[in-house]
Design a protein around this ligand. Structure first.
Ligand code: ADP
Ligand code: ZN
Length: 726
């Protein structure tokens, strides 16, 4: 804290704006602040919430200095979380204020929770006793505090009865502290009996769980008990009184996860994701800051919760692309979890059946400990996996399912078991065209086709959300009834399934389903209970669920995803297919996984069918090393977008010219992005490729400082460790 010439206290405050550094504010005499205090400060004509930061600020003319207007009655953001914000900011080249904004996502929680109004029996008796009054008094006589509605509900009376008694002075008004969002977990509530392999893994994690910084890669096939094992690490951290964060990639997944956690610990973890009701969100945030919540299960943004004493992070399905945020602050929550653990000197566990190449290499090189679970738990066997060569077993005209798959589905349904068809494409068809003039329906604002959603009768752009009604006539040539759907989405596969199995209970699951997450959770529950015979789903169903009766998994298009220019295409496809086929046979019934492919000899298909993941990893790792791709080299994307193509291209070229010259780092491009337009903005990409030890951030900063400044409609986005190249 600086003292200026007039002995006024001056502090730096980081405000949630794209500012490169904190701003200085004076602290009124009567106020007391510490680093981390959440404060309200004037900013231009407005007031915003910010955090008192650490770095000393520039000298500033005392006359211009404005005072902090309020210090919130809230635990300060701890030093580790502040260092984390600084680190993420420097690494991702994002202004620290924008990163800090992620810490301040629940403004209503900066004020303490309001206590509830309670009633306590005053010891007096009513003027006249009725049956309802007697019931109320029976409960109230124990002297505990009740809320008005709680008491009426428990006594089975109307609120009028309570109010009548209150008017007679039967109750004293008291304040009841706000209830916890979740009960505290009990680490010894229902400890499982582990298999010897599981026990060995658990012992290793338990020991690390209360030590300093370490990274463990928990690697085991789906169903081997990874969750069961990392629960033991959580139990150890909880027993030591620390807070624990479990990152899970998909919200829909968490329902089953929360139940399991409850079975093990006797209480649910707090949830954190964008679908929480605002009020719940605020309470969770506040109670984490106060240390009243001990375990949080959340999406990637949970990394920026105001933990009081975080002592362990578990990243489930660590390879999952959903951990990468590509909006405002571009970061990979898996990698940032490791950083957060390092800053806080605590352990992190990365769990996956198909670890990312990055984590596998880190384990092989000794930076991470590799903890392996070699087999499925108990009698559960891996499904029998086969490729269907679509060149030989072609689907019927107009269909997408090969006779081999249809036959297997029939047998599965006959046995009273469940089948899952997986296709990672929402909607009915990815492209609609006119058979007469060849017109293709394209988004007016994006370089992408409109996807037909037949249930809704709409054409939808999956990039920007633009929707239009599917017309009867071609907008170009005017011909009626000659529009054709090209290619399948899940809705179209459902149509084909119903034509083959009209009596089967068929259900389609995808993220755009009406009813949102709530409905999705209900449907997943219903499927697990056996209330569907055939499930057709996108990657939502691929993840984490246990469907005990599911014995057939058919992948409609195993090649989808191999064809794009992504250096991780093979790895991604391998991970997704392993995960999908891993849905089958989790309870010991004989099960089958079938991959429809036009490339049965492709290494990914070979790896899945042979079950030889090691060979696949070795090959991929060797390939990455040869090409100097991550983790053997470093990548950053620069995306330049603008209202016109010329502006975007010109700016991208200017950046390229500003690149420093060094041996360790190359700049590729600019090239028009594969998605050359999104929401009316033209896009160009540069790819920066460096050696492993290269100082990529310094290089990029120099480019941005030396290069043209974004003007007019131009926007520049830096993406360190890009996952998407579109
Ligand atoms: P993974 O996370 O590796 O996919 P899970 O932890 O979900 O594996 O375990 C798969 C299934 O086996 C789950 O239904 C789980 O309850 C059960 N299971 C695993 N280990 C045990 C154990 N030691 N005792 C009882 N059930 C277990
Ligand atoms: Zn669009």
């Amino acid at each position: 804290m600086n003292q200026d010439s007039r002995n006024r206290r001056v502090v730096p405050v980081l405000v949630p704006m794209p500012a490169e550094r904190p701003y200085s504010y004076s602290v009124p005499d009567e106020m007391s602040v510490v680093a981390g205090s959440i404060v309200r400060v004037p900013l231009g004509p407005r007031e915003v919430a910010g955090v008192v930061w650490d770095v000393p600020t520039d000298q500033i003319d005392p006359k211009k200095l404005r005072p902090i207007s309020q210090v919130f009655d809230c635990p300060p953001i701890d030093a580790d979380a502040r260092r984390f914000v600084d680190w993420v900011s420097a690494y991702t080249l994002t202004p620290p204020g924008l990163v800090a904004r992620m810490l301040l996502r629940a403004p209503a929680a900066f004020d303490p929770e309001v206590p509830l109004d309670g009633l306590v029996w005053s010891g007096t008796e009513p003027d006249r006793m009725t049956e309802a009054r007697a019931r109320v008094l029976e409960l109230a006589r124990d002297g505990m505090a009740w809320t008005r509605s709680g008491l009426s509900h428990a006594a089975g009376t109307s609120l009028t009865v309570i109010d009548g008694l209150k008017a007679q002075g039967l109750f004293d008004a008291v304040k009841i502290p706000p209830p916890p969002v979740v009960a505290l977990p009990d680490p010894s509530y229902a400890a499982p009996t582990l298999s010897p392999d599981q026990e060995a893994a658990a012992a290793e994690l338990r020991e690390k769980a209360t030590g300093g910084f370490s990274v463990s890669l928990l690697d085991g096939v789906t169903g081997s008990g990874k969750t069961e094992v990392y629960f033991e690490a959580i139990a150890a951290a909880v027993a030591a009184g620390r807070q624990v964060l479990v990152l899970v990639p998909e919200i829909a997944l968490t329902a089953a996860f929360l139940e399991r956690f409850h079975d093990r610990f006797g209480a649910k973890p707090a949830e954190w994701h964008s679908d929480l009701a605002p009020r719940t969100r605020e309470r969770v945030w506040r109670q984490i800051a106060e240390g009243r919540v001990q375990v949080v299960a959340g999406a990637r943004s949970a990394l920026f919760l105001p933990f009081k004493d975080l002592g362990l992070i578990v990243v489930d399905e660590e390879h999952d692309p959903a951990y990468k945020q590509e909006d405002r602050v571009f970061y990979n929550a898996r990698d940032m979890a490791v950083v957060r653990a390092h800053i806080g000197s605590f352990p992190v566990v990365l769990a996956s059946a198909t670890p990312s190449i990055e984590s596998r290499v880190n384990a092989a090189q000794g930076r991470y400990a590799r903890v392996v679970l070699p087999a499925r738990f108990a009698e559960a066997a891996m499904p029998d996996l086969r490729a269907i060569d679509m060149r030989r077993s072609a689907p019927a005209r107009g269909g997408f399912l090969s006779p081999v798959l249809i036959e297997q589905m029939g047998r599965t349904v006959e046995r009273g078991e469940q089948a899952l068809l997986f296709l990672n494409r929402r909607g009915y068809a990815p492209l609609t065209l006119c058979r007469v003039c060849g017109h293709r329906f394209q988004c007016p604002d994006c370089s992408s086709w409109l996807v037909e959603h037949r249930f809704r009768g709409q054409l939808i752009c999956h990039q920007c959300g633009h929707t239009e009604k599917r017309p009867e006539a071609c907008p170009e040539c005017g011909t009626l009834d000659h529009l054709v759907a090209c290619g399948p989405g899940v809705e179209r596969i459902a149509e084909e399934v119903v034509s083959h199995f009209p009596d089967a209970r068929t259900i389609v699951l995808s993220s755009d389903m009406l009813g949102g997450v709530k409905r999705l959770r209900l449907e997943l529950d219903a499927i697990a209970k056996g209330e569907a015979d055939i499930v057709i789903g996108t990657q939502l169903v691929a993840k984490g669920h246990n469907f005990p009766n599911m014995t057939l998994v058919g992948v409609v298009d195993a090649d989808l995803g191999l064809a794009n220019g992504d250096p991780r295409a093979a790895e991604r496809t391998f991970q997704l297919l392993s995960q999908v086929t891993g849905r089958a046979g989790r309870t010991g019934k004989k099960s089958v996984g079938l991959l429809q492919t036009y490339q049965p000899a492709h290494p990914v298909m070979q790896a899945i069918v042979s079950g030889d993941a090691e060979a696949f990893y070795e090959r991929e790792i060797a390939e990455r090393e040869r090409a100097g791709l991550p983790p053997y080299g470093r990548l950053a994307g620069i995306i330049v977008s603008a209202a016109t193509r010329a502006e975007a291209e010109g700016h991208a070229r200017g950046l390229r010219r500003a690149a420093p010259r060094t041996k360790e780092i190359d700049v590729l491009g600019p090239a028009e992005a594969p998605l050359s337009m999104i929401a009316g903005r033209h896009r160009f990409r540069l790819l920066v490729h460096g050696e492993r030890r290269a100082e990529l951030q310094g290089f990029l900063r120099a480019m941005l400082v030396e290069g043209p400044k974004p003007r007019g409609s131009v926007r520049v986005q830096v993406d360190i460790d890009p996952q998407s190249f579109l």
